[in-house]
Design a protein around this ligand. Structure first.
Ligand code: PRP
Length: 183
């Protein structure tokens, strides 16, 4: 499906497929430089990070290993409690490994701050965070993020892994959702 087929549901394209691809390549180059000579494990946060993991890992001109976690906040969809439960844990032991958590968006920061601290407690060699998008105005928890694609306003965005009611993840661009879709 092409993004034009979704256009009735969208207000504005924030980042096109080309812009995302270029930015992911830039982040990959930075990561490759920083981790030169070190083994690197990319940890994708399901489900939204699937697209950025797929593109970032292939843009890295080096060996990497990949693993996945699925997490969910307690409560009815709100993340205010900051309590996260693990739905799917890593398959691998990260002791002494260099871990880079990869996600597509940091909103309040609760998920990533919890995840980074959970993984740090497993005694890896290092834990860093890479995200394509971050909403600085929505942050309620400090998250030490080493790699950021773009900071964006506090608006509802979909596409490139980001969903509304599980839809729009398969858009190639990132766009703001029209109010008629969710009101
Ligand atoms: C999204 C995103 C982050 C988290 C960010 O996942 O992938 O993991 O929310 O929000 P926060 O900074 O407020 O914690 P979501 O829980 O929507 O699950 P999904 O990836 O399966 O869509």
């Amino acid at each position: 499906m092409r993004d034009a087929d979704f256009s009735d549901d969208l207000v504005k394209i924030l980042f096109t497929e080309e812009q995302i691809s270029q930015r992911v390549d830039e982040l990959a180059a930075e990561i490759a430089r920083d981790y030169e000579g070190k083994d690197l494990l990319l940890v994708g946060v399901l489900k939204g990070a699937v697209m950025v993991m797929a593109d970032l890992s292939r843009a890295l001109d080096r060996h990497v290993t990949m693993d996945w976690m699925a997490v969910s906040s307690y409560g009815s969809g709100t993340k205010s409690s900051g309590v996260v439960r693990i739905l799917k844990d890593l398959d691998t032991d990260i002791h002494d490994k260099h871990v880079l958590i990869v996600d597509e968006i940091i909103d309040t920061g609760l998920t990533l701050s919890w995840l980074a601290s959970n993984l740090s407690s497993r005694h890896p060699a290092s834990v860093e965070v890479a995200t394509l998008l971050r909403k600085p105005e929505a942050l309620s928890m400090p998250v030490n993020v080493k790699y950021v694609g773009w900071d964006i306003p506090n608006e509802f965005v979909v596409g490139y892994g980001l969903d509304y009611n599980e839809r729009y993840r398969n858009m190639r661009s990132v766009a703001t959702l029209a109010p008629h879709v969710y009101s």
